[in-house]
Write a protein that binds this ligand. Sequence first.
Ligand code: BG6
Length: 487
Amino acid sequence: MTYQLPEEFLWGGATADFQFEGGFGEGGRGLLSHDYETAGSAEHPRHHTMEMPDGSIVRPRSSFFYADPVPPTARPVFLDGEYYPSHKAVDFYHHYKEDIALMAGMGFNVFRFSICWSRIFPTGEEEFPNEEGLQFYDRVIDEMAKYQMEPLITICHDEMPMNLALKYDGWSSRYLIDAYVKYCRVLFERYGDRCRYWLTFNEINAVRGFGPCGTRNSTGQDRYQAAHHMFVASAKAVKLGHEMMPDSQFGAMYAMSELYAVSCKPEDVFQRLQERRENWYFIDTMGRGYYPSYARDIWRRHGVKSVQMAKGDEVFLREGQLDFISFSYYRSNTTQAGDDWFNVGGSSNPYLKETPWGWAIDPLGLRHVMNEIYDRIQKPLFIVENGIGAVDQANEEGYVADDYRIEYLKNHLRAMADAVNIDGVVCLGYTMWGPIDLISLSTGEMKKRYGFIYVDMDDKGRGSFKRIPKKSYQWMKEIIASNGGAL
Ligand code: BG6
């Protein structure tokens, strides 16, 4: 059986603005919810820096936003001596021409990037968008066009203008729907002639584990109410996008790990079904256009009294269904009866090796996940994140011989090709996470690297920012040139 993929298959990479772009305070960019997040490590989680009215400092632990509840009186502050990675990130803002040329050199025909909401609407509430912010993405998209590289745009990657987080408590408020749709309309008007593929939200199902972006105190009630607001916002954006750009195709991105019951004990296997539904809840609602029948059971489990829905919301959900299902896949997890419902980790799997960050490496799990989603939703898939976070050792010239990355990618790409060629799954494309090294979302480190291209920069943002192709760069170039055949 060949690993060759259909001719129109899209190959590329994926990034997020606050992990990649930098350009803090430039071009009229407003403050973003991630700007107050410090760097961290696997042992010392990153945190936000906030000041109480009496001048004392609180440091809520953060993952996507506040993982610890934050007192309503706390205001964000920047502190001397703290390092905030989103400010410079790896400086795509000033390196975009070079970065796009390097990606084109590998043969990418798609590049997934996210638009920084506060670059377009600095507070989220202006009447008119920030022209300088719009021009930056014009330049990026036009540069990509020189190499026939399709944009795949993430409209909202776990972020929002800081003002919306503080003033409205993020997605807890229904007001966010209007702010988001206004922002989408501007993007569609401006870039719709050059962009076909859009993702309304990144990892929207993370709301259940980490809490909704911008929300200070997230109980189960807050999380599922916020998720409803995001569902409606996404559906309205899809409907509007289809009206304004007839050729457009929309997805939303889900964090998908494979999940195994630790044993064949019926209670463990049933737990697996229920845990899985915690994710299906998001994919089913947005992919099929209505809440699934098991939604009530999920709400009950999370102590949700009722999800407030406005008249007409169900019509939007139906009319704003996604065109394709996109997801990230890095690892698999395990579960057993009695596990915590908010637990997104799981015990380790004796059959699998792990990355230095404890993520189980499981290529067959990718094929399984692709089949499960496709069987269920019957819409094309798009793998928009995959890869291995590793500590790369560069030699004196900055060259990294990353055979472990080649091994990881080869096995995952083979599993993907098997899902397509043997199982009949329809998959539009594959964008590897962080093709150029960038900042880790979960830890804020630089040393957790994913790229084909090394960036000379350390955990504190020190370095020349020089870009140097790794061994995997040439390897991936050959895989893309053969459309998977060389796998
Ligand atoms: C995905 C996110 O969950 O995982 C990315 O969409 C993130 O933003 C990626 O970077 C990998 O996670 P991490 O923590 O290794 O950066």
